[in-house]
Design a protein around this ligand. Structure first.
Ligand SMILES: CC(C)(COP(=O)(O)OP(=O)(O)OC[C@H]1O[C@@H](n2cnc3c(N)ncnc32)[C@H](O)[C@@H]1OP(=O)(O)O)[C@@H](O)C(=O)NCCC(=O)NCCS
Length: 147
């Protein structure tokens, strides 16, 4: 039997199966006309919104607490993303502090009718977990993965 996010071990009878803490989230979209600029390519603000959502979901699934985006940097818009493309966002928790989680988000663009796939944009988001008082609260430390 394989154990992993998609092959979770069974929990006690009647209980939901337990599974490892998720560090990665993948989301796929189509670039529809309402999300493009006047050049017919994905508007940068839309790309940022998708990436922030992916980072938010990844951080929330990781810590299962209320989170907010505190900081983002290293944003790269590497190539234009034409209307009608598929885009796949891969958001990965790569670092944790006391209350913060650093999430690397990559947005890949994929041709609908071929296997062509390229990195379109990437960025690093820092999200902070908040307690009931609205103040930063600790998150689980990221376990070292296989080298
Ligand atoms: C999130 C918030 C409560 C944190 O308050 P704060 O006073 O900055 O808290 P701290 O200084 O204790 O920082 C909290 C964590 O963020 C990290 N952090 C703060 N500023 C940072 C920056 N510029 N870059 C990277 N990390 C940063 C700190 O290092 C700390 O991490 P750690 O606990 O892992 O060591 C407050 O900044 C806030 O409400 N911001 C608005 C969030 C928001 O509305 N986002 C948009 C919508 S989701």
């Amino acid at each position: 039997m394989v154990n992993g996010p998609d092959h979770a071990p069974q929990g006690p009878q009647g209980a939901a199966p337990s599974r490892p803490r998720a560090t990665e989230t993948r989301i796929t979209h189509i670039v529809f006309p309402g999300t493009t600029n006047h050049h017919g390519t994905l508007f940068g603000g839309e790309a940022l919104s998708m990436m922030d959502s992916a980072a938010f979901i990844a951080a929330t699934r990781y810590c299962r607490r209320k989170v907010v985006t505190r900081h983002l940097d290293a944003m790269e818009f590497s190539r234009p993303i034409p209307q009608g493309s598929l885009v796949e966002l891969i958001a990965r928790v790569v670092k944790t502090g006391r209350s913060s989680m650093t999430v690397l988000v990559e947005l890949f663009t994929e041709d609908m009718y071929s296997e062509k796939r390229e990195l379109g944009c990437s960025g690093t988001f820092v999200l902070v977990a908040l307690g009931a008082d609205g103040q930063p609260t600790p998150v689980p430390a990221l376990e070292a993965g296989p080298t």
